[in-house]
Design a protein around this ligand. Structure first.
Ligand SMILES: [Zn+2]
Length: 260
């Protein structure tokens, strides 16, 4: 079974080229530039600009051209967290080789009475009663005791596979602060197109610190969730969705690159 056939059943997926990004998109449709498998192979050159991305959604995560640090989108603003976790705004003319965004319109909220560590907080999201949907977009606003995050250094050609690049990742801790976690929960079978499970990025309230989140402790907060069953994937030339059943080495590489 191909990804396309599988997705038609539970997640409707459309594909498009960067030249098709004219701005119109349906409510509750997630947009994704390229695939995580392509990123793992070292395709770090973007073909979608942040101006184009902004037309597809106001909330999400990803990276920048040449794997230039971590991206988080919040309230229509796009931020870059550099290798030390320092945050600045992204120029709309810059490009991304991998990003997922949605025009965030949450359908439910979950209180997070802390202190809760990452696993405890995410299991509260898992257990909330309503139909979770194939993909859940997540925003968690709150006060955090600490955020353990990482960012990776900008890459130059010849590009190395992502699993090698993250060996040079910088892991850092953001101390007590208010801020926002932004991300998604994708189903297991979407691994390869996406990172299956939870994938969260962080930016603090002052928009000064952030990154790809490895762990956190939340003292008090609220999660806003939006389920979606529509995903449009922009495929750069030469990138395909592939087949279901991601090879063990790809699983291992995603584990290392995105969950490590
Ligand atoms: Zn990430």
């Amino acid at each position: 079974m191909t990804f396309e056939e599988r997705m038609v059943r539970s997640l409707h997926v459309g594909t498009m080229a960067a030249s098709d990004l004219t701005g119109g998109h349906d409510h509750r449709t997630l947009f994704q530039a390229s695939t995580i498998a392509a990123l793992l192979e070292g395709r770090y050159e973007g073909d979608v600009t942040f101006a184009e991305l902004a037309l597809q959604g106001d909330t999400g995560l990803g990276t920048l051209d040449e794997l230039d640090w971590e991206m988080v989108a919040l309230d229509g603003e796009f931020f870059r967290a550099d290798v030390d976790g320092n945050v600045n705004r992204i120029d709309p003319a810059e490009k991304t080789p991998f990003a997922v965004v949605v025009e965030f319109d949450p359908d439910r909220t979950v209180e997070l009475p802390g202190p809760l560590d990452r696993d405890q907080a995410l299991s509260l999201l898992d257990s909330e009663g309503e139909d979770p949907g194939p993909v859940v977009a997540i925003r968690i606003d709150g006060e955090f005791d600490r955020i353990e995050a990482r960012s990776v250094p900008r890459q130059k050609k010849p590009y190395r596979p992502l699993a090698e690049v993250v060996e040079g990742q910088n892991v850092f801790t953001i101390g007590r602060c208010e801020g926002t976690l932004v991300g998604f929960r994708f189903p297991d079978w979407s691994e390869g197109i996406e990172v299956a499970g939870y994938h969260l990025h962080f930016v603090d309230r002052d928009r000064k610190r952030g990154g790809h989140v490895l762990d956190f402790t939340i003292l008090e907060g609220e999660a806003s969730l939006e389920s979606s069953s529509e995903l449009n994937v922009e495929l750069p030339p030469g990138v395909e969705l592939g087949s279901e059943g991601v090879a063990a080495d790809v699983h291992a590489a995603i584990d290392k690159a995105e969950r490590g």
